[in-house]
Design a protein around this ligand. Structure first.
Ligand SMILES: Cc1cc2nc3c(=O)[nH]c(=O)nc-3n(C[C@H](O)[C@H](O)[C@H](O)COP(=O)(O)OP(=O)(O)OC[C@H]3O[C@@H](n4cnc5c(N)ncnc54)[C@H](O)[C@@H]3O)c2cc1C
Length: 477
């Protein structure tokens, strides 16, 4: 036994923390994992896993309702019950958790504590359920939780957040979703398809305000077509309980309105989990954005690292994993690696999905000026989208004059998967036109890559001085 009980103690057993202890144990380090709840974190219990399971059930319901589109006939009247959907979502959550429980970590040689009270005593000691544990290095991966806005009356009514919505026993008839970001947009898609009348309220002029506007407009139209009532530019002013559930009083550019629904889901933003850890005792600085780290993910205490949502700037499971690997390596290995956020992809799983990596058109113009090349591929021109009846969508590639990919934006079926071929090229500095040399299996949604790369290749050939000279000769004849 060395000077300390452990080489590394990780606080927070979500996506980031789990990645960190798995790597540390793999390196043969004495490792502990502590969490104030069950391991798995937001992704498993109240984020990615339940939301995507719910979306999957919702998609199945949608396909049943639209069976005619596939040439199938159903006996009328068709009734698709939603009573057991949440139970099925929770079963999937449990299945994922089973691979992340204390048992699993014990087998890896990690000492683990679930449902524990955790606080720093100083920079090398923490108290876990009143017992002192010491470690040479720590990692804080305590994630984030929903922001509750100070709307008058909100504290007087029963409302849901992503932390409680998946425990709901009965599907409501109607729901107000406050917040048109990724969580609000995904859950509007899911609940509407499951027969809930959804009103999506967003203060900004558009939903998914940080995404490519051209694609968001197509998506918003699709959501409205499916029955979501979208109120943008609308501020929630106050909330009241009413005989029919909850009434939200709003203001849309000076015009007052009220919406009543059985339930309210609040999804307006995220805040880092820094409270209760006694970070001051360890010398770990933090502010409203979360724990302050340098480019090596080291906090203001030199033996304490942090990763995941509690750090930001991107709050995704895959970023938490990436940061955890980087921070664990920096904490335990003799060399140091800087974090690099140049190539971070993400995907909002509305239907169609909206996937992205890099700059939007307006961001690219602001940074690089004019002369950008933008390649658009509509899903309607992709045979696989035609056979699958998934023609709604558009892919947009933003490149510089040399064909270097600056931004990828795809709205459409399996956009999250199609994104990765472009994203790999972007991350490795492979120009778009080079992908035209790759043989793609047909028919696949990745024909989008083929078409975009073909257009980029034609542009490149036409820009070639020799080709331009020949063209000039021909036109001057
Ligand atoms: C509805 C929803 C859908 C999402 N969908 C996606 C998606 O599709 N793809 C994607 O990439 N991301 C998605 N996310 C984001 C993703 O869930 C987070 O980015 C990810 O979980 C962050 O991982 P983390 O390890 O930083 O934190 P978490 O997974 O939140 O883990 C933090 C852990 O720390 C513990 N903890 C907190 N405070 C303390 C304390 N004081 N003491 C001890 N332990 C503590 C918590 O109990 C928790 O287990 C979604 C989020 C939401 C809300």
């Amino acid at each position: 036994m060395g000077k300390y009980d452990f080489d590394l103690i990780v606080i927070g057993g979500g996506g980031g923390g789990i990645t960190a202890v798995t790597m540390a144990a793999g390196l043969g380090k004495r490792t502990a994992l502590v969490d104030k709840k069950k391991f798995g974190g937001e992704c498993t219990w109240s984020g990615c896993i339940p939301s995507k399971s719910l979306l999957c059930s919702a998609k199945a319901a949608q396909m049943i309702h639209h069976a005619g589109q596939y040439g199938l006939t159903l006996e009328k009247p068709v009734s698709v019950g939603n009573e057991r959907v949440m139970e099925s979502v929770r079963a999937i959550v449990q299945e994922v958790y089973n691979k992340e429980s204390s048992d699993h970590f014990r087998k890896l040689g990690v000492t683990s504590f679930e449902d524990a009270e955790v606080a720093f005593i100083d920079e090398t000691k923490i108290s876990v359920n009143g017992k002192t544990l010491t470690a040479a290095k720590f990692m804080i991966a305590t994630g984030s939780g929903p922001v509750i806005p100070p709307i008058p009356g909100l504290d007087q009514v029963k409302y849901f957040t992503n932390e409680t919505i998946f425990s709901m026993e009965k599907m409501p008839a109607s729901m107000i979703i406050l917040g048109g970001g990724p969580i609000g947009a995904e859950l509007s898609t899911a609940f509407t398809r499951l027969g809930v009348k959804v009103t999506l309220v967003e203060m900004a002029p558009a939903i998914l305000i940080h995404e490519d506007r051209e694609l968001v407009d197509i998506l918003a139209e699709k959501l409205i077509g499916e029955g979501v009532s979208i109120m943008t530019g609308t501020k929630a002013v106050s909330v009241e309980a009413s005989s029919h559930g909850i009434t939200l009083f709003c203001d849309t550019q000076g015009v007052p309105s009220r919406i009543t629904a059985e339930t309210l889901l609040v999804a307006v933003g995220r805040k880092a989990h820094t409270e209760g850890l006694n970070l001051e005792a360890a010398g770990v600085a933090h502010d409203a954005k979360g724990i302050r780290v340098d480019k090596y993910l080291r906090t203001t205490a030199k033996n304490i690292y942090a990763a995941g949502d509690v750090v930001g700037p991107y709050q995704f499971s895959h970023v938490a994993n990436y940061q955890a690997i980087t921070a664990t390596a920096n904490a335990l290995l003799p060399f140091r690696r800087k974090v690099n956020y140049h190539h971070v992809p993400w995907c909002t799983l509305t239907d169609p999905e909206l996937a992205r990596s890099g700059f939007t058109e307006s961001e690219a113009k602001e940074k690089y000026g004019q002369g950008l090349k933008i390649y658009r591929v509509p899903y309607a021109g992709i045979d696989r989208a035609v056979t699958d009846r998934t023609k709604t969508g558009l892919a947009k590639m933003i490149c510089n004059k040399k064909g270097t990919i600056l931004g990828i934006h795809i709205l459409g079926e399996r956009a999250g998967e199609v994104l990765h071929e472009f994203h790999t090229a972007k991350s490795l500095g492979i120009p778009l036109y080079k992908l035209d040399r790759v043989i793609h299996a047909y028919p696949a949604y990745n024909d989008i890559v083929k078409q975009a790369a073909r257009s980029a290749n034609i542009d490149r050939i036409q820009a070639n001085p020799f080709v331009r000279f020949i063209k000039l000769l021909r036109t001057s004849k």
